[in-house]
Design a protein around this ligand. Sequence first.
Ligand code: PBG
Length: 326
Amino acid sequence: MNLSTYRPRRLREKEPFRRMIRETVLSVDSLIMPYFVVHGQNICSKINAMPGIFHFSIDRLIEDVKETQGLGIPAVLLFGLPDIKDEAASEAYAENGIIQQAVRAIKSAVPDIMVITDVCLCEYTSHGHCGIPGDGRILNDESVELLVRIALSHARAGADMIAPSDMMDGRIKAIRHGLDLAGYTHIPIMSYAAKYASAFYGPFRQAAQSTPAFSDRQGYQMDPANIQEASREVELDIWEGADIVMVKPGLAYMDVVWQIKQRFGYPTAVYNVSGEYAMVKAASQAGFIDEKKVVMEIMLGMRRAGADIIISYHAKDVAGWLRQRE
Ligand code: PBG
């Protein structure tokens, strides 16, 4: 670069030139739309801290997933709310649990959209933890056994991909092994690999009624101060059999996304979580920011940081805006 002659604005002043040298492209292909599913019929109830996001019963879920597919979004991510939460998270692996029913319904009504299921205990346990408590701790290996059961029940229901979000040690290896033994060698795993103990999950926990009844999740989710550890978590999960690795949350962790993509070159996902969504919605409803512009900038930033895949409650809006541009 010749610093005495280089004038960066030459290529900035005309839109076609800006287009020609644009480094990062946002496409609908990167998006995953999350959903909360509940028992019952004809339910579409607003989630307080997440304007535009709903608890759907399966019949209404199907209608919305059809729209999502119509917008070109390749995949949805399902979270279930059971009727009864108990110590053992029984509904999480029940053949007729809410997720198992939802997966079967989507696969028969909207077969071409990929159905990814969140595998965790916290939505199903009475205490709201992602594992089984005992001896004043969350027990690791006992929890992993249950996670394998959940993953298998999702695969049997027809899930296209399994996404464990619990942060127990060794769960990717155990789930991969369990899936393979049962003949699901073809079902990929998207691992919540570097998942931080974050206050940005607040609205999700209200929506899933999964705030821990005692203590918090710092005994298994990562310390927000650490990035080297994120690399170790990701390396472990890749070694254990993860096909896609995820960083979560997104906005406060873009350095982690960058490092993971650069270092491992693996398909990398980022979760633009509920608290990030709630902040954007609140500020735009107050008239403080331009929602569309801010959301598109966040999406682009996540892609620029290295994310191939973005899980976002804004996914449908983003897909719609991308379409308007065409
Ligand atoms: C389950 C799970 C959580 C989220 C995704 N899977 C909640 C948590 O760990 O407390 C959060 C997603 C969001 O905030 O949008 N373990």
